[in-house]
Design a protein around this ligand. Structure first.
Ligand code: CO
Length: 350
């Protein structure tokens, strides 16, 4: 079981690799299988030399070592991390398996310091409404973050799933913005600047905007909306024979908790409520299970997530009607897996 690179991104500095969701059990992704996305390779940072600078609209500029930050009170929380480009291939094409279609998704126990504590240490100027986060990678990845989010549940993370961060996940320090598109959880974090307006970086003007059918672009689409996918059975797998099948999958929402997951075996004509497995945590993968007797005839499996804001994951035609096919980011339509009479499972657009 391995991460696989995105086709066409092998051995490039702008690499990405995909989590094998079809082979996972439970909600925590082992560190060696957590998806990767880098904009200019993985920097090799001596932790004792790394600094986090906090400056701008603050009472005082502060510089922290990782050890300084580890002396703050810490928390451990389980949250999903999803690239806003997850499932982007599905706008116009069909990935062969769930690692390809949904593998820019992982879920981990993150340990670190609440960002609010560190900002309060610097003294937040009342005019400060935005925060620039900058990475120490060769791309100097930069994003603007609303101060509300920074003070809500943002974390300065140094450990992941019980060990220090791995280099590809931002060692020695990264930002984590639960429920927001993954690129904003800036890895190798070296600078936070408080400002009164967004900083309009490359990654929020040229990139990470969503082109709409009328030619306009959505900007600052931060929250990853409710989504779900059946990982077993899923594309590329085969049911050996008719009989009992446990349908297993994951649901998640950047807005909060998953309230329900409905599963259809007839392409959305009828739905059954799946059993959600504890724990059901906010902004976290929630596993669901549904027992099913496959009678050997063709079937189309779908799952539909509902979160505690009342948001319902849209069918593909509804998403396309609203967004067109040029959005690239934030594809969260219901996924359909067709099971043939031979048991083979394939990705279909329904
Ligand atoms: Co976005």
């Amino acid at each position: 079981m391995v991460r696989v690179p995105i086709p066409g991104r092998v051995n490039t500095t702008t690499a990405a690799s995909l989590t094998p969701l079809q082979r996972l059990y439970g909600i925590v992704t082992p560190n060696g299988l957590v998806f990767e996305r880098h904009h200019a390779g993985v920097p090799d940072i001596p932790p004792e030399e790394h600094r986090l600078l906090v400056h701008g609209l603050a009472a005082r500029a502060l510089s922290f070592t990782v050890n300084d930050l580890m002396r703050f009170p810490s928390v451990s929380r389980i949250h999903f991390l999803e690239c806003s480009g997850n499932s982007a291939g599905e706008w116009k094409a069909k990935g062969s398996n769930v690692q390809v279609t949904h593998g820019l998704l992982s879920c981990c126990e993150w340990t670190g310091v609440q960002l609010a504590l560190v900002l309060q240490e610097a003294g937040i100027d009342p005019r400060a409404k935005w925060l620039l986060a900058e990475g120490a990678d060769a791309a100097a990845m930069t994003r603007s973050i609303p101060m509300d989010k920074a003070l809500d549940d943002a974390l300065l993370v140094y450990a992941q799933n019980g060990e220090m961060l791995r280099p590809e996940q931002g060692y020695p320090l990264r930002l984590l913005l639960p429920g927001f598109e993954g690129n904003m959880s800036v890895k190798w974090l070296r600078r936070l600047k408080l400002g009164d307006a967004p900083f309009m970086t490359r990654e929020e003007t040229s990139k990470y905007t969503d082109l709409m059918p009328d030619g306009s672009a959505r900007q600052f689409t931060f929250v990853m909306e409710a989504k779900s996918v059946i990982v077993r059975p899923s594309g590329g797998q085969a049911l050996p024979r008719p009989g009992f099948v446990e349908i297993y999958g994951y649901a998640w929402s950047g807005r909060g908790r998953i309230r329900a997951v409905d599963v259809s075996v007839d392409g959305g004509q009828s739905w059954s409520e799946a059993r959600l497995e504890e724990p059901v945590l906010p902004k976290c993968l929630t596993a669901f299970r549904l027992p099913w007797q496959w009678d050997g005839s063709p079937a189309v499996l779908q799952s539909r997530a509902v979160d505690d804001s009342g948001y319902v994951q849209p069918p593909r035609p509804v998403l396309l009607a609203a967004r067109g096919v040029e959005s690239y980011y934030h594809y969260n339509a219901i996924q359909s897996w067709r099971i043939g009479s031979d048991g083979r499972v394939e990705n279909v657009h329904a």
